[in-house]
Design a protein around this ligand. Sequence first.
Ligand code: CUA
Length: 147
Amino acid sequence: RAERNALTIAIALLLFFFVLIVYAAKGLKIDLPTCITDVQPFKEGRLIQHAPDRYELHVVARMWFFDFNQGQTEIELPVGSTVDFYLTSADVVHGMHVNGTTVNLMAIPGTVNYARYRFEKPGVYHVVCHEFCGVGHQAMQGKIVVK
Ligand code: CUA
């Protein structure tokens, strides 16, 4: 009977943890970063417009700036734009956080990371590198202007 009790407790715990994971994902909106394997790492930043409010942004992080669009470190978007961020690195590991948003990704050479965000409010969104990447790390930043 002790074995059956142990088994019951183990199964109950498994179910409990499973419920916690589902709650974390749905209730708290904690999302695991997605690794996209069907997008090949790219060499140059590009801003692609698919519809008036839909954009695809290919960002290349490199020492020591973010290439958003053919070397530009600053881009402009209309309010209400939904942006699919694809991020890779041209040299070492960088991080990219778009201040005031949930976009927080690692830039890893040979890999593309993905996040989606809808810019509901106008303003200047500063983009910073949050992974130490050399002497220029502190100065590594970009800007997304939404208006
Ligand atoms: Cu790039 Cu720190």
